[in-house]
Each structure stands twice: as structure tokens, then as C-alpha cells.
Design a binder for this molecule. Structure first.
Ligand code: PSV
Ligand code: MN
Length: 426
């Protein structure tokens, strides 16, 4: 299924009058606060978030998986789904592949398809958390940290192979998330496991194309429940420093213990120019991978405040690679992703509204109450007209979720692919 610009224009006509009225009102209000609404809209238009290939099918849990009819079964179908999201939102102009799930059969065809859908290839992701058929060594006891050099070599070679695949598609970064860790005290030696991991990552880093970045994710637990080798941002940062200047920490919102101050982690990493990638999702307890903004929208806003500050003040920090790393097992995955994209743009827009000079002034004066008011003034602003305006200006749907339903996208996809079609992935 393809969504045409005529279909979008038709749907937008019904939304246009309300949007114009809402936008005019907000533009005026923001103008009184010295904020240029049109400039904010431009920034929203430019913001692009990669969609991971594994979020397009229903996610599974340990207790089962409820598939969604018409899930994309091939790489081509997955790209088409991201193309649909991009047509509806103009915010999803990139796809992030996971190898070996997404190895292209026809590179030229895949590149052409991406071009016609307006997509680029974001970071490629390796997988050493599962064993693949025919693989000589098992990752049961770890991969890059493994005590057996042959297992480590297999995992290193896999990561290098993933980068080679990404290179042929125009990707420019490799994301490594390791499940490596232990379930019980004493199962391995912490220092030795870390040392082997540092050495393995360095070997991968050195084999990457010169312009490439290496993103190192951290996660405190799961699938190992006593210890994870790269458990926190400090460990990731240390390993990135060990690898070299093009290695960075990647923050995944779900990879923190409850109540961790993620905005402070963001600030600290950007201060040192080491925040390379960012995975959006939301959670209540652990790595719940829920829809962005569905549980803690204020925390997301505070994180965006630090991201905006860092993008303005830390020239050594590269522009972060944004990705949604959510995967849900009840909602239609495309509707879930549209909701996440909305939440991301809303949090970004609110962060852009913060009166930074006034905030600095209040901080200098130790006016704690005013500091809070300034943040919350921005947070309480209904920024949806700005987001909608940016979508309309970009030729997308003013109301992407409404358009998705009006166009009966899932019904069409199910008709084309069948109700039993299933995506590869977790
Ligand atoms: C596992 O926690 C995870 O969600 C990581 O965040 C990766 O980015 C993703 O899976 C794919 O491997
Ligand atoms: Mn992630």
C-alpha cells in the first residue's frame, strides 16, 4: 500500500480550518512570550527519528506473542511500513536494521526502494544475544566478554560483517547492545569479563569504516539478572573512551533502574561530547519498551530540555542519532509508532519553548520557585498546533493517527500480506 499526496491533501482539508485557528492563537500567545512559533515549527520539521525494523511487528513477551494481521514478513515490507509512517508524519525518514534478521538479498533493489520511500539507513544493529542456525559457537555464556577467544572472535567477526552490510546501504554507524552478563554471583570475574569486552569492542572499532561511529548501549539487567557487563552509562562511557573518538555512549530510556535521573546522564554525556545515540520508549518498571510519553511525559520533557541545551552548547557532541526502540504486543505497531512520534515532537517542542535566558537568571538568583514555573510554563503549553503545522508544511497528515485509520491502512496491509504474516524479530 502507498499513501498518495492527494489522499493526504483530501484528509488535511477537513482539519485545516481548526489548525489555522489553533495555530494563530498559539502563535500570538507565544509571540507575547518572545517565542517565534514559525521558527519552532521549522525545527520540528527537521527532526527525524529512525524506526527500528523490529518494532514493525508485535513485540513478544516471555509468556507469548499476539501477532498483528498484516505484519511485514520481509525487509521490503518493513521498509514499506516505515515509508507509510514517513508519508503520514514526515518524521520517520530513517530505518534501523538488525542483522541477521534483515540481511538484504538484493542490495540495489533495497537502496532504490529506500530512495523512493524517502528513507535513509540509520545505525545497523548486531545480534550476539541469540544463537543462529549453523553457528559454530554458542553465546549462552556471553559473546564479546566470553572467556573462550574463539567465541569472542565469532562475535567480533559478526559485528564487522554487520558493518559491511550497513556500508553497502549507506549506514554510518554500528550499535552494539550486549546481553552479556551473569545470573549468579561468582559466575564470572567482573574485571576479566570487562577487560575482554573492552578488547573485543576495540577490535570492532578498528575494523569500522573511517567515517563510522560506534554506539555502545548499556542496560542494568535482563536477560541476565545478577549482572550485566555494560550495566550503566559510566561503563559505556569508559569503553567508548577506550575505543576512540568515534565511539559513543547510546542512551536507551528503558535501560535504567526506576527513578534514575536520565536527564542528568544526558547532560553529563553531552558535556563530554559522548552522547552518540538515543533510543526512545517509556517504562514503568524496567525495559518495558512502551509507547514514548505514555507513562512519564514530564521526564521526557526534562530529558529534551537537556538534549536541546546540549545541541546548542556542546559543539563536540555529534548530532545524536534518534531512534524509537519500543515494541509493543497489544497495539497495532504502526499506531503505536505514530503515537511515539507525536510524543517525541511534543516533548521537543515544549523544550524549545523554555525561556532559557529567564531560567539562567532565576538560577543565578536562586529563585527556586521561578525556575520551576519557567519549566512548567513550557511544559503546560499545548504545543499540538505547532506539531500539526510542521506536518502540514512538510506535506504529511495534519492528524497522522486519524489519517491512518481513515485510510484503513491495517486492513489494506492485511489484504496484501495475509492475516498470518509475521515479522522476524524479538
Ligand atoms: C534490548 O534491550 C534492546 O531493546 C536494546 O535496547 C537494543 O537496542 C534492541 O534490543 C535491539 O537489539
Ligand atoms: Mn535500545
Amino acid at each position: 500500500m502507498q499513501i498518495t499526496s492527494e489522499q493526504l491533501a483530501d484528509l488535511n482539508r477537513a482539519e485545516f480550518t481548526t489548525l489555522e485557528a489553533d495555530y494563530a492563537y498559539l502563535e500570538d500567545k507565544l509571540g507575547q512570550r518572545g517565542v517565534d512559533a514559525a521558527a519552532v515549527v521549522k525545527q520540528l520539521e527537521a527532526f527525524q527519528v529512525a524506526i527500528p525494523s523490529w518494532a514493525l511487528g508485535a513485540g513478544g513477551t516471555r509468556f507469548g506473542r499476539f501477532g498483528t494481521p498484516g505484519e511485514p514478513a520481509t525487509l521490503e515490507d518493513k521498509m514499506d511500513d516505515v515509508g507509510l509512517l514517513h508519508a503520514l508524519t514526515a518524521t520517520a525518514g530513517a530505518i534501523s536494521l538488525h542483522i541477521p534478521w534483515d540481511i538484504p538479498q538484493d542490495y540495489e533493489g533495497i537502496r532504490q526502494r529506500a530512495k523512493s520511500l524517502g528513507l535513509v539507513f540509520d545505525a545497523v544493529n548486531s545480534n550476539t544475544f541469540q544463537d543462529q542456525a549453523g553457528q559454530p559457537h554458542s553465546y549462552r555464556y556471553g559473546s564479546l566478554c566470553h572467556s573462550d577467544p574463539e567465541v569472542r572472535q565469532q562475535a567480533i567477526a559478526h559485528n564487522i560483517e554487520v558493518a559491511r552490510i550497513g556500508e553497502k546501504l549507506g549506514s554510518e554507524s554500528l550499535t552494539v547492545w550486549l546481553a552479556d552478563g551473569i545470573n549468579f554471583p561468582g559466575q564470572h570475574n567482573f574485571q576479566q569479563a570487562l577487560d575482554r569486552t573492552a578488547d573485543s569492542l576495540s577490535q570492532i572499532y578498528r575494523a569500522l569504516p573511517e567515517s563510522w561511529k560506534l554506539f555502545i548501549e548499556y542496560k542494568p539487567y535482563e536477560p541476565n539478572f545478577y549482572s550485566t557487563v555494560i550495566q550503566d552509562w559510566g561503563t559505556s562511557f569508559m569503553l567508548a573512551e577506550h575505543c576512540g573518538p568515534r565511539a559513543y555512549t547510546l542512551v536507551d530510556l528503558g535501560h535504567h533502574l526506576p527513578n534514575t535521573n536520565i536527564e542528568q546522564i544526558v547532560a553529563t554525556l553531552m558535556y563530554r561530547g559522548k552522547l552518540g545515540g538515543f533510543h526512545f520508549n517509556d517504562s514503568k518498571y524496567g525495559d518495558d519498551d512502551l509507547t514514548v510519553g505514555s507513562i512519564k511525559p514530564y521526564a521526557l520533557f526534562l530529558i529534551f530540555n537537556e538534549l536541546v541545551y546540549g545541541m546548542r552548547h556542546n559543539p563536540d557532541n555529534p548530532y545524536p542519532a534518534w531512534m524509537i526502540d519500543a515494541s509493543h504486543n497489544i497495539k497495532d505497531p504502526l499506531e503505536d509508532l505514530i503515537q511515539s512520534l507525536e510524543a517525541i515532537l511534543e516533548a521537543y517542542a515544549k523544550a524549545l519553548l523554555i525561556d532559557q535566558p529567564a531560567l539562567q537568571e532565576a538560577q543565578r538568583a536562586h529563585d527556586v520557585v521561578r525556575c520551576q514555573e519557567l519549566l512548567q510554563d513550557a511544559y503546560r503549553t499545548d504545543v499540538r498546533p505547532l506539531v500539526r503545522k510542521s506536518r502540514q508544511q512538510a506535506g504529511a497528515a495534519i492528524n497522522p493517527l486519524g489519517a491512518y485509520r481513515a485510510l484503513e491502512v491495517r486492513r489494506h496491509l492485511t489484504g496484501e500480506r495475509g492475516s498470518e504474516s509475521r515479522a522476524t524479530g524479538l
